[in-house]
Design a protein around this ligand. Structure first.
Ligand code: ZN
Length: 231
């Protein structure tokens, strides 16, 4: 039985749901995120608020929620020219991928997470990657995760489990999953404090939370929420 986990936690809806689920499953849960000079630090700020809110609103989880780790990955800016790191607008490329895509970014995240998990004695890596997303990031696919699990386990001579609770569910089901884990208390926390919007908008409040309401991330979150409340 695995008892410890490291959650890749960005402060968004998906990774917050994954973190909550890990807190119901494991005795010790730590969190990790990467600062690669996102155009908006809103997400990095949001994650600290979400961690604090989880501790306050779910005292039953507070004792399991351990250290939070923020790794500096400014080096990603040297290999990418995307709207996440430069002042260019979000758009879809002819490849079908958004221009926010940094090739292999998630492979790097997982490798660093595994290295930290090794040092911290954590067995399970939890990530909110999803194949049903509009984006279709190849480094978030199920086959990629399975290959990474094998490569990391072999390369570090330690058995890692990569857990992907959201891999095959859509955004409405992600809301439903949060509801089943922590009820309306968790759903409300996610609405109020998690951040998803690509534009870093924390001014406009919708039924599903804060955001510009027009970028692909907002559209996805809004559509999922509509599906959730609609049935
Ligand atoms: Zn937005």
């Amino acid at each position: 039985m695995h008892t410890t986990a490291l959650v890749l936690f960005s402060g968004g809806q998906d990774s917050t749901t994954c973190l909550a689920q890990a807190l119901t499953r494991y005795q010790r849960v730590e969190t990790i995120a990467f600062d690669y000079r996102q155009r908006h630090s809103v997400e990095l700020d949001a994650r600290l608020v979400v961690l604090q809110q989880l501790r306050e609103q779910f005292p039953e989880w507070a004792g399991k929620l351990g250290e939070d780790h923020l790794l500096d990955l400014g080096v990603l800016g040297q290999v990418s020219e995307t709207s996440l790191t430069r002042d260019t607008a979000f758009k879809m490329e002819s490849s079908g991928l958004p221009n926010t895509f940094v090739p292999g970014r998630n492979l790097l995240f997982l490798t660093l997470a595994a290295a930290l998990a090794y040092r911290r004695g954590l067995e399970v890596l939890v990530t909110g990657v999803c194949e049903t997303d509009f984006s279709g990031y190849p480094d978030c696919r199920d086959d990629t995760m399975k290959a990474m699990q094998l490569a990391l386990s072999l390369g570090m001579d330690k058995r890692f489990l990569i857990e992907t609770p959201l891999m095959w569910i859509d955004k409405a089901d992600t809301w439903r999953l949060a509801d089943s884990i922590g009820g309306s208390r968790l759903v409300d926390l996610i609405i109020e404090h998690t951040h998803t919007c690509y534009l870093g908008d924390r001014e406009h409040r919708h039924a599903w939370g804060y955001g510009c309401g027009a970028c692909p991330a907002c559209e996805l979150r809004a559509r999922g929420y509509a599906g959730f409340v609609g049935g």
